[in-house]
Design a binder for this molecule. Structure first.
Ligand code: THU
Length: 127
């Protein structure tokens, strides 16, 4: 899997971000266990707490398409390099990630940065 392609897709979908309150656009691209790719952007609400992050939006599309597991998540923001998932998104990613962790891809100065998810959420909650 070419992680630059995933980041490019996350970048493209970040253009659809609905973020009039924070003006912080985010795009995410998720790879399902099938190998199919799903995208999502953040969308905010006038009742601020109802905001949905890009990662959770993309994961929702993957689940709606029938995926049970995800194998990678790429995140892009035009407002911030190396944009990492918030705590809430880390917990949501956790439930669809293998125990060994999945690849979390962000934009670095010289191409994609790849981290293992377990680095971002060690000792995670699981039922
Ligand atoms: N945001 C995301 O989309 N993903 C994250 O992991 C962090 C935050 C969004 C939510 C809100 O619309 C904006 O970025 C500023 O917090």
């Amino acid at each position: 899997m070419d992680y630059q392609i995933l980041l490019d897709k996350a970048k493209e979908v970040s253009k659809n971000s609905y973020s009039p309150y924070s003006r912080f656009a985010v795009g995410a691209c998720v790879v399902g266990a099938s190998g199919n790719i799903y995208e999502g952007c953040n969308f905010e609400n006038s009742s601020y707490g109802l905001t949905i992050c890009a990662e959770r939006n993309a994961i929702g599309s993957a689940i709606a398409a029938g995926e049970k597991e995800i194998t990678a998540v790429a995140i892009y923001s035009p407002n911030s390099k190396d944009c990492l998932p918030c705590g809430a998104c880390r917990q949501v990613i956790s439930d669809f990630s293998s125990k060994e962790g999945i690849d979390i891809i962000t934009e670095g100065e010289n191409g994609p940065i790849v981290r293992n998810f377990n680095e971002l959420l060690p000792e995670r909650f699981r039922l």
